[in-house]
Write a protein that binds this ligand. Sequence first.
Ligand SMILES: [Zn+2]
Length: 477
Amino acid sequence: MKRILAMAVASVMAAAPAIAGPAPADLMIRHATVIDVAKGRAVADQAVAVRNGDIVAVGADRTVARQYSATLTVDATGKFVMPGLWDMHVHFGGGQGLIEENKDLLPLYLANGVTAVRDAAADLSASVLAWRADVAAGTLLGPTIFTSGPKLEGYKPLWKGTIEVGTPAEVDAALDRLQSMKVDFVKITDNTLKPEIFLYAVKAAKKRGLKTSAHTPFALAIEEAAKAGLSSVEHLDYLIKAGSPAETSIAADYVAGKLSYGEASDRFVETFDANYAKSEYDRLAKLGLYVTPTLNMGRILAYLDREDHRNDAGLTLLGPGLRKTYDWRVERAAKATAAQVAARHKEYELSVKVLPMLRDAGIPILAGTDAGYLNSFNYPGFGLHDELQRYVEAGLTPREALASATLTGPRFLGHDDRYGAVAKGKAADILILDANPLADIGATRNIRGVVVKGQWLDRAALDRLLETARSKAARAE
Ligand SMILES: [Zn+2]
């Protein structure tokens, strides 16, 4: 007996140097159910240890709790932990006078669990590039920013803050400039850009290893753009266009001036053919094209005729300058004829059917809102939850909706080594939710706390961010 005890003591002593006490951590989340979005699994009673902005361990609570000693511990018993959400289509813009109001949108994203945004260009690129650096350095509280910098357009476009290109040499010079800004991707739009220059820009960007995101010129078939190497198409109307067997002839009529833009858009909806679309989407999937549906934005714009947004809670969070930019679309919608309103409803109803077809074809879906200036009633941060809700209403599973906002964005931008999971080695961008988002996508709205770059923001801190936004907006009246 005595000898056995002595042996046990000796073995403990011998093992002691190997365990060497727990390692330090800044934060430990304990007893959490961790959502694995890739596998669609919820793993119970896990602990997550965070240090210097990284997740350093995830595993069975008892094991991880023995291995790490944290400065701050959050009890997540009964709660669900998932990776931070990415909004892959936002804007910061509206003129130099709105720089501060745009900067004040950053906390709204965090308060809604959006820990990264992809800025799809506007007229405040210099500010956005500075905020990207400040957020990365930890001197500005906000989501990680990925930005295109100024977008490429043709000469004298409707949009401000663009780089105007009309020749291959100008495209090359523009790409040199964008690379010197270290942009995360290249945004190209079609307002006045010539189709051949569009194709040249896509190919040239690809050669340099840059991703592209676009509004494709009407005259070009979406498949042509994808074949040139276009990385992502923004908005579902382009996929409706691609789903029409008459895409090329309608586009030719538009180019020849026989149809207006609106008439051509309506024609794509009228001639959409599900069988043809299915085979076309299969081809686009094989070409590696991604799509950002901005489905909820389509819905908001389609139903401005019957939905009154004047008492939206979101309006109280925006500065008056940004709110004013909303008028443009509202005034335009007010001028629509009954036939135009009906056509808009029809287009939205079709886009709801298109979304699951893209999923079935294997086209990766990037959750994005189009929130920001101009895009009425689509509130930064809040809008992403609405977008995910629309996806599920359209037929995606909650897991697929979550994947579009956690996995696909990092993969698109080539950062999936750092983002997209609550796992060792990933960035500590984490949400703690009250309910299981795999069971009900609405659960992403009920946020207990957010970890952003390792920093813990509890519910009270998130509410303070919203309160600050509200009082700033009211003061600015
Ligand atoms: Zn946009």
